[in-house]
Design a protein around this ligand. Structure first.
Ligand code: FES
Ligand SMILES: [Fe+2]
Length: 463
């Protein structure tokens, strides 16, 4: 158990404007602020440049496959993808394919998605099955991976059933996510997660379901795409319309173990605007009013935009999670953005923001990635967990606005996408390394410092 205590380590310089802790102190319900939001942990991670080849070289992609993807705990799917015995889920990462199976009511198994006969994928898509039968010649396994049937058995006297179980991979769950690890020597998932379960103890993601799931192919290395969602530093230049209501440069960044976190306060104007706070403008920006349009709702006198937005969110949530639970939520939990990253690629957002991202290479490409946005919504706990939304795939260059289920976020993603292909192209011409901010790009730097450790591990010395 890791103690989550307020730990005040901060960078020596910071942006003007209120710190996140000052905003927490001004919460209309300061007593409701969970300890997780009081937690701070930041240590310098250096100021060295990152080699641009990390994003552009095929050889580095191959190294990531060998030293990271073949060894690390990685999110494969959600538990709601496998509600019943016999449900299967195909999880692909680079050139590997893994098959997840609900093999018993309380057990999820995972196997390399490969027939032991001549190697065909056992399954190409998700679905409920009675057993795992290879379509090519008909070899068949039970759901637990034990051999069930050999076609033309007389011709396979050399195949022994006790040696022909599908090799089981390590599986673990946290927060309703199902993780696999192809490395039999890996440390337990609990160790790998570190502070993550404790950070989410007030916001149990296992009590959510996948209400929206959109995946888009992006013409950039998976790390280029991922790193566009790890800081608020780009907001002023890429999303200027958000500035009246976002404390971009007042964001707080923390890291510990395999985890990093950013907190970006909302309902507070960007220090870059340098103007007096107009709470109505802040409120209008948060409620989606476009520039030039009249206010949708007049902010009551004496109410801050931040408190008003939180009150609206609290009332909406009360209808799903119950009034008692909703009343225990601070304004911060209802208004702000808490974006966590669990190395290497899972980005669950904290509190009652709906977002979880996952980033990975597209197929086995080092210059193309997949960005997934899932909305994890709470549901009435007296009812069974709803079925997950199917993945809505968008092609490379297809606008996010083709996924209207993302609401206002689709426009914001479009602005983010305008950079990614251009970063990938620019990196190929860059004659130096990538330079990062000391504080605001903490999450990017933290990711690379963990990546360095994995890349440096010599796989031959681990087994
Ligand atoms: S390859 Fe699977 S049965 Fe032949
Ligand atoms: Fe962005």
């Amino acid at each position: 158990m890791h103690p989550t205590t307020p730990h005040d380590s901060s960078p020596s310089t910071r942006s003007p404007g209120p710190s996140y802790h000052e905003l927490l102190d001004r919460d209309t319900r300061p007593e409701c602020v969970p300890l997780a939001l009081r937690w701070r942990q930041w240590e310098p991670l250096g100021d060295h440049d990152l080699p641009a080849e990390r994003y552009t070289d095929r050889a580095f992609h191959e190294l990531e496959k060998e030293r990271v993807w073949d060894r690390v705990w990685q999110m494969a799917c959600r538990e709601e993808h496998l509600p019943e015995v016999g449900d299967t889920y195909v999880y692909d990462i680079c050139d590997r394919s893994y098959l997840l199976v609900r093999s018993a009511p309380d057990r999820i198994s995972a196997f390399p998605n490969a027939c032991l006969h001549r190697g065909r994928l056992l399954r190409e898509r998700d679905g409920r099955v009675a057993d795992l039968r290879c379509p090519f010649h008909g070899f068949c396994w039970h759901l637990d991976g034990s051999l069930k049937q050999v076609p033309s058995e007389w011709d396979f006297t050399h195949v022994r059933a006790d040696e022909w179980s599908l090799p089981a991979l390590r599986v673990g769950t946290w927060g309703g996510f199902v993780f696999v690890n192809p490395d039999p020597a890996a440390a337990p998932l609990e160790d790998f997660l570190g502070l993550l379960p404790e950070q989410f103890s007030s916001w149990p993601l296992e009590r959510r379901y996948t209400a929206v799931h959109v995946a888009r192919v992006v013409r950039a290395n998976w790390k280029v795409t991922q790193e566009a969602f790890m800081e608020a530093f780009h907001v002023a230049s890429t999303h200027p319309q958000l500035l009246p209501a976002i404390g971009d440069t007042n964001s707080q960044y923390d890291w510990s173990g395999n985890l990093s976190r950013a907190i970006t306060p909302n309902g507070t104007p960007s220090p870059s605007l340098r103007g007096a706070t107009d709470e109505q403008l802040v409120f209008d920006t948060m409620t989606g009013r476009r520039p030039g349009e009249p206010s949708l709702v007049a902010l009551p006198d004496g109410t801050t935009a931040r408190a008003a937005v939180a009150a609206g969110a609290r009332a909406r949530l009360a209808r799903v999670i119950g009034a008692d639970e909703a009343e225990r939520l601070s304004d911060a939990e209802l208004a702000d953005s808490f974006y966590y990253t669990l190395f290497p690629n899972l980005h669950p957002w904290g509190a009652y923001n709906r977002i979880t991202y996952r980033f990975r290479p597209f197929e086995d490409r080092h210059d193309t990635s997949v960005m997934e946005c899932m909305f994890l919504d709470p549901y009435d706990p007296s009812q069974p967990r709803p079925a997950p939304a199917p993945v809505h795939w968008l092609e490379a260059d297809q606008p996010w606005t083709d996924a209207p289920e993302l609401g206002m976020l689709a426009q914001v993603f479009e602005q983010d996408m305008s950079n990614l292909r251009q970063v990938q192209r620019g990196l190929a011409s860059l004659r130096k390394g990538v330079t990062l901010a000391t504080y605001q790009e903490t999450k990017v730097r933290h990711f690379h410092s963990v990546l360095d450790q994995w890349i440096a591990r010599d796989p031959d010395h681990r087994r």
